[in-house]
Design a protein around this ligand. Sequence first.
Ligand code: ZN
Length: 229
Amino acid sequence: MYGKRSAIIILSLALNIFCGCATTACRGDHKQTCFKTSPVDKKLTTEQGSKLKLTAINSASDMPSEYRNTPIEKLLQYHNLRKKLSPYKKPEILLGMCMDDRIQLSLPKNFAYVIRTGGGNLRYNEFQISYAISVGGVTSIALIGHDDCGMVNLAAKKEKFIHGLVDKAGWDKKAAEEHFTACSSMFEIDDAVGFTFLEAKRLKAKYPKITVVPMLYKVENDRLYLITD
Ligand SMILES: [Zn+2]
């Protein structure tokens, strides 16, 4: 007779099989791999990349007409144009942003759900996105990448990552190496502008009724720019 604990273990194994997660060294991130996505669109072709533009929003007249009276316009007004912050009764927008400490937005209370990840990569947060839309009622997503992002060229930080986990967190060196090897490719981005643009495109395809807008946060001046092709 199986006990409750055995049943839980069996259920976990079954979920592991059905979600397709084959990574063992990345066990700590196992749940993050449990969704359907494809790595094929992580990079732009050179031709696609050369077409991308950054549009500055420095005044009300810079606002593209398609965003007038939308949560996207409000976000840009609050942060870039320093509109007065008045609290909302319920959220209107979901923001996907990098966890980088330099990225700080000026926002009113209750205006936005915020998911912060390495590089603003939302591939491993789809349940939370679905929740913000279905239960939270947001109608727009702003995906915000930034320049000088730590998730670009992760390979160059491998030794620091491993030694840092050993020295600061008490990890075994072999486990730290395996952790980096198993997980870094999931989070590394090639270029913040291109990645954010493609990630927004992926989310648009997944949530067709939701407005999804890619933006870049410039660390040098703390302003948001629209990314367009
Ligand atoms: Zn970053």
